[in-house]
Write a protein that binds this ligand. Structure first.
Ligand SMILES: NC(=O)c1ccc[n+]([C@@H]2O[C@H](COP(=O)([O-])OP(=O)(O)OC[C@H]3O[C@@H](n4cnc5c(N)ncnc54)[C@H](O)[C@@H]3O)[C@@H](O)[C@H]2O)c1
Length: 252
């Protein structure tokens, strides 16, 4: 047990179960003394999220401005201030991850962008109001924003928008002492990842060709999140940090 995040109130959005990347981050942060506030999307996700030992747990569908307003009002009332936000949320319609990208519907495109990219903007705006001591906001992205991974499709487009949003938010929030960064994780077997066609073959390719000859874990991502959430990364903002076993340098 360390004290990198001792006394810090950290909001983690996107824990569904113990395989979630956000769960790896929660574990790492609890071990470093953080007070963890977790949100879950709806009743279906409540059970998994409530088993994780957070200080507080709130419902929040990130596509609803009302839900986000209610969440931040409740956090302000209970904690007064927060020091970190972890945004670990994405969604696209199943058919848009199964067909070729060219068949993405207007509605499917807007949905993926709203839940997976705009939501970071919506959350950061509210977070700024209660991050009165400065802070750190992090989100999760994937290399499908830069390169074509058949099956990742509209999610790749949404991740490109998310990464650009990180840079613009970092610029807006820097004067308030708030850092905004993204972790670009390698493929990890989670519930969301199972929706991507060919996901299994992506995992196999990494294991075979990445410099470390292995896939990353939620623990690996959790450690980098600790760095970004703590003062160790003071001065680091607007960055996309790759935690992907060096996969992105392999040109595959
Ligand atoms: N698993 C991977 O290979 C991988 C790699 C790189 C980046 N990522 C990213 O990591 C993040 C977390 O995904 P994960 O792989 O841990 O999967 P996951 O299924 O465990 O987590 C996704 C979370 O998004 C939440 N969510 C979806 N729509 C929501 C909404 N409208 N309101 C509130 N919450 C909503 C789900 O409830 C769930 O908790 C995502 O942004 C994903 O794109 C995943």
């Amino acid at each position: 047990m360390g004290n990198l995040l001792a006394g810090k109130n950290i909001l983690v959005m996107g824990v569904r179960n113990k395989w979630s990347i956000a769960w790896g981050i929660v574990n790492a942060a609890i071990n470093e003394g953080a007070n963890i506030i977790i949100t879950y999307q709806g009743e279906r996700e409540k059970k998994g999220a409530s088993e994780l030992g957070a200080d507080s747990i709130f419902q929040c569908d990130i596509s609803s401005d009302q839900d986000i307003d209610n969440l931040f009002a409740a956090i302000k009332e209970k904690y007064g201030t927060i020091h970190g936000v972890v945004h670990s949320i994405a969604h696209a319609n199943t058919e848009d991850l199964q067909n070729d990208f060219i068949y993405t519907s207007r509605e499917g495109f807007a949905h993926a962008m709203d839940v997976s990219a705009y939501s970071l903007v919506a959350v950061s705006r509210r977070a700024k109001e209660i991050m009165t001591e400065g802070g750190s906001i992090i989100t999760l992205t994937y290399m499908g924003s830069e390169k074509v991974f058949p099956g990742y499709n509209v999610m790749g487009v949404a991740k490109a928008a998310l990464e650009a949003s990180v840079r613009y938010l970092a610029s807006d929030l820097g004067p308030s002492g708030i850092k905004v960064n993204a972790i670009s994780a390698g493929p990890i077997k989670t519930l969301s990842a199972k929706g991507v066609k060919n996901f299994g073959s992506i995992l196999d390719t990494v294991e075979e060709k990445a410099p470390l000859r292995r896939n990353v874990t939620t623990e690996d991502v959790g450690k980098t999140a600790l760095y970004l959430l703590s003062d160790l990364s003071s001065g680091v903002t607007g960055e996309i940090i790759h935690v992907d076993s060096g996969y992105h340098i392999m040109g595959i």
